[in-house]
Design a protein around this ligand. Structure first.
Ligand SMILES: [Zn+2]
Length: 501
């Protein structure tokens, strides 16, 4: 247990380098992540942020023992929501409330810890208006016909996050006829109401907030004027986060965010995708066809700042990887029961394991290695590689006919404990191993258009043929099953089978 840590390195988009993390207040983390605009079912790509920042949050909280406050908002007023409401002839709030519920369902199905606060824009209009008033007061915004604009010329260092040359942006910006802005890069803080749109009273007349102001207002309300970490996808760096900085720093006269962390995209459909997924890769569809554990594993297999591909191949690879880890966990559970039935009781003595200098050493290294990888800008692929390393080492211990011993019990139990302890930080490997493997098999059978019963019939027919010493028939059935991608394991108690992964 460490109170707080001085070695943690985080890549900061603002400085474009890995920096040592220093909290504003020792032992506390204030973290904000831009959330979804709630107007439809979200795509798998939208979950890269939530899945990755779930790990960041858990790491600070459970490994570093930080007091963490994690804020993840809902954008529940926006052009897209309004358009959908018009399309469906219902109120905008009906659209947003419906899709907040749908998002919560997906979030739960994927299996992530909920944020400490999920603020909604429509519940923060008072704070938004007051923040805009502060920006005007400080001379960084102006009002034209009921619309409030942030004046980027008044913002010191505008462009510092996105590392964009502002003069180039201005030169490239299109100036619309009848434009009310003084500078083409100025952006709306408050928009006047249009008929039929949701609107609120303000000192500038009835209207609604511009997009960027909401996060500045909600971060301030729930976390304060300066926060430790602000996260989001790289597509939000400009203009959204650049504008958040402009708003918050001109309103509060304080540095807004110490560490800006941005996750990269998921590249969709580079390779062939199966028909079952169609062309819309929603999280809903993904958990229906596959499951949340596969999505988390797939996303965390790539470093959050690298692009990640999403294709049949990548999904298959994730299933195979998960199956390897869960198979070992299932074996560990089996060994634990076998040893307990033989009267042994688990001892935490780390020297009493099988192969202490090989497997035992790896077992003891997993946690510190995980820390080293996590503290190097949250290198999740490296953590998963270390888990695979330990899995291989454990599998090597399990020779056929292994007998129950004190060392085997300690090894299996400690192996399971360490994998699940590291896994829980990523919300992975927490499912009951045997039933999850069966779930993976069912997914693969479905993909192959095979039925569990039809496989079982063939397996039973082979066992019967073997019992009747009809080895030609038994071998033929085995070959057929192999052809179908089914692997058989003959145990003293009978034949087990699984889908090859
Ligand atoms: Zn935001």
């Amino acid at each position: 247990m460490r109170e707080f840590n001085l070695k943690m390195k985080i890549y900061n988009t603002l400085t474009q380098k890995k920096e040592e993390f220093k909290p504003i207040k020792a032992g506390e983390l204030k973290m904000y992540l831009c959330g979804p605009t709630v107007y439809n079912l979200v795509h798998v790509g939208n979950f890269r942020g939530p899945i990755f920042f779930n790990f960041v949050r858990n790491y600070f909280q459970n490994v570093l023992n930080y007091k963490v406050k994690f804020v993840y908002n809902y954008t529940d007023v926006d052009d897209k929501i309004i358009n959908k409401a018009i399309e469906e002839n219902i109120a905008a709030t009906e659209v947003s409330e419906k899709y907040i519920k749908e998002f919560e369902k997906d979030f739960k199905a994927v299996g992530l810890r909920v944020a400490d606060v999920n603020p909604k824009v429509t519940e923060h209009i008072k704070e938004i208006v007051s923040l805009i008033e502060d920006i005007i007061k400080n001379g960084a915004a102006y009002v034209v016909d009921g619309e409030v604009f942030c004046s980027i010329e008044k913002i010191k260092d505008y462009g510092k996050l996105s590392h964009k040359n502002i003069q180039d942006l201005i030169a490239g910006a299109r100036v619309e006829i009848g434009e009310k802005k003084k500078n083409p890069l100025d952006f709306s803080l408050w928009k006047p109401a249009k008929p039929g749109e949701p609107s609120w009273d303000s000192p500038w007349g009835k209207g609604r907030p511009g997009w960027h102001i909401e996060c500045s207002a909600m971060a301030k309300k729930h976390l304060g004027e300066t926060i430790d970490i602000h996260g989001g996808g790289i597509d939000l760096i400009f203009p959204h986060h650049e504008n958040e900085i402009a708003q918050s720093e001109s309103a509060n006269n304080k540095n807004f965010v110490n560490y800006w962390m941005h996750n990269n995209f998921i590249n969709m459909g580079k390779d062939k995708m199966s028909k079952s997924l169609g062309n819309i890769f929603t999280v809903r569809k993904f958990v229906e066809v596959f499951n949340g554990e596969i999505l988390k594993f797939l996303i965390l297999s790539a470093h959050y700042r690298s692009g990640a591909d999403f294709s049949d191949n990548v999904i298959e690879h994730a299933i195979a990887g998960l199956a390897r880890i869960y198979s070992s966990l299932a074996q560990a559970e089996k060994m634990i029961i076998m040893c307990q039935n033989a009267g042994f009781k688990y001892q935490t003595d780390l020297t009493k394991v099988l192969d202490p200098s090989g497997f035992g050493a790896k077992l003891n290294e997993l946690w510190p290695k995980m820390i080293t990888s996590a503290e190097d800008d949250f290198n999740t692929p490296e953590i998963l590689a270390e888990i695979f390393n330990l899995v291989r080492s454990f599998n090597n211990l399990l020779k056929p006919g292994i007998k129950p011993t004190q060392e085997l019990l300690n090894s299996a139990q400690k192996f399971k404990n360490e994998i699940t302890k590291v896994g829980s930080l990523m919300s992975l490997f927490e499912k009951p191993a045997v039933s999850f493997l069966k779930e993976l098999d069912d997914i693969l059978l479905e993909q192959k258009n095979l039925k569990r019963e039809e496989i079982q019939l063939k397996v039973d027919a082979r066992s019967n043929a073997k019992a009747a010493k009809d080895f030609i028939k038994a071998d033929k059935l085995r070959a057929e099953l192999t052809q179908m991608g089914i692997e058989l394991r003959d145990n003293p108690g009978g034949t087990e089978w699984e889908v090859r992964k």
